[in-house]
Design a protein around this ligand. Structure first.
Ligand SMILES: [Zn+2]
Length: 386
């Protein structure tokens, strides 16, 4: 199912040459129309010794797009905003991506989209965040740099480390831009279908999700992710499928084209029917518990999950589908805290002579076979299937 993505687009491709908006050269100062440097603060463009400076570029300032996407990223060299004037310059939409360095579909799609750029319906501000992390060899292999926090968990205080400063700069600029919406594009850790995530289930969130996919997950978990910031507009995360899934980049590109060409963001009637799922719970390992992915129980780890666990990201996972082996430690090694801090693991999972099963039919998301991500983030998200 999953196929290896080369991670590099052919230069130029079949798309037409970049057609810059008429007023593209009008805003080369490092800020956007209606946005003063004073408002942004000097740290945004220059950065202090302990901060990661964020470039603010107009589209006319970009490194040559007629090169492969990794070379282009190398020329960007650091977290970068790209501002693109639109037909209606009184409105703006914000699209962000590469908060996680191992999730390339959003930035690959942006590079491709910029190659054939037509003037968007409204001003667009793109953020490409973890450029240096993504470029560490092998490229697109690290979620975050060694010793640093997960950037998409840093959009809440305290902001007193490098990633916190970066998140704060990003957040302040988004707020200052007063956008109509914020779209944050990611890949799932493992192979899986595309879906949107929002902190509220409203007309606006459903419309935004519909530009990219046909499924919306509404969560009451608050992790410090970018979509949680209060920018005065609706925000959604788009998980456009697995980083190595061939179709993920096409999903991201189609969504970007849809949302940048639409004049009306929130039409009276929804664009599409969406499947909406509420309040999945993260299933995590308790401290010091180890996990491995193997076709048989491992003696070297406390928990073994089967290597085909990513298949559970598709459809319903029934109660008789064995997920792995928890051995004598049982379910006590796992936790699934809800927003009230109540552990729901026995509501979601059961153990039978050491084997791990769903306790009820489940929908799983973000199941991965990357033990480090499973350890640092979660094994998967789960919600009871209806
Ligand atoms: Zn991500």
């Amino acid at each position: 199912m999953a196929k290896r993505d080369t991670g590099v687009l052919p230069a130029g491709g079949q798309r037409p040459a970049c057609r810059l908006p008429q007023n593209a050269t009008a805003v080369l100062s490092g800020t956007s129309p209606g946005e003063s440097a004073e408002r942004l603060g000097p740290a945004l463009v220059s950065g202090g010794a302990s901060q990661t400076p964020v470039a603010v570029l107009n589209v006319a300032q970009l490194p040559s797009l007629a090169q492969d996407s990794v070379s282009w990223l190398r020329q960007l060299g650091r977290p970068s905003w790209i501002d693109i004037p639109g037909i209606d310059s009184s409105r703006r939409r914000v699209l962000t991506t590469l908060l996680h360095g191992n999730e390339p579909s959003g930035v690959l799609a942006i590079h491709r989209w910029l190659q054939g750029l037509d003037t968007p319906a409204v001003n667009i501000s793109l953020l490409i965040a973890s450029v240096t992390t993504a470029l560490q060899e092998p490229v697109f292999s690290r979620r975050m740099a060694a010793g640093q926090r997960d950037l998409n968990r840093c959009f809440k205080a305290p902001f007193n480390d490098q990633q916190g400063h970066l998140a704060q700069q990003i957040m302040e600029r988004i707020i200052s831009l007063q956008p109509e919406c914020v779209i944050d594009i990611h890949n799932t850790s493992g192979s899986g279908p595309s879906f949107a995530v929002a902190t509220a289930d409203g007309f606006a969130q459903r419309n935004l999700a519909g530009f990219f996919c046909r499924r919306l997950i509404v969560t009451d978990l608050r992790l410090g992710s970018l979509m949680e910031i209060d920018a005065g507009c609706p925000a959604v995360t788009i998980e456009c499928g697995g980083a190595r899934d061939e179709e993920s980049q096409a999903t991201a590109l189609a969504g970007i084209e849809n949302i940048t060409t639409a004049d009306v963001l929130f039409p009276a009637a929804p664009r599409h029917e969406l499947e909406v799922l509420h309040h999945p719970v993260r299933v995590i390992l308790k401290p010091a518990v180890t996990v491995t992915y193997s076709a048989s129980p491992s003696e070297d780890s406390d928990v073994t999950l089967w290597p085909d666990i990513e298949r559970c990201n598709y459809g319903i996972t029934p109660v008789d589908r064995c997920l792995g082996w928890v051995g004598p430690g049982g379910l006590r090694q796992l936790a699934a805290p809800d927003t009230a801090g109540i552990d729901r693991v026995s509501h979601l999972l059961r153990e039978d002579n050491g084997w791990l099963y769903p306790a009820r039919n489940l929908r799983l998301f973000m199941a991965t076979t990357n033990a480090k991500i499973a350890r640092d983030d979660c094994l998967f998200y789960a919600v009871a299937a209806t």
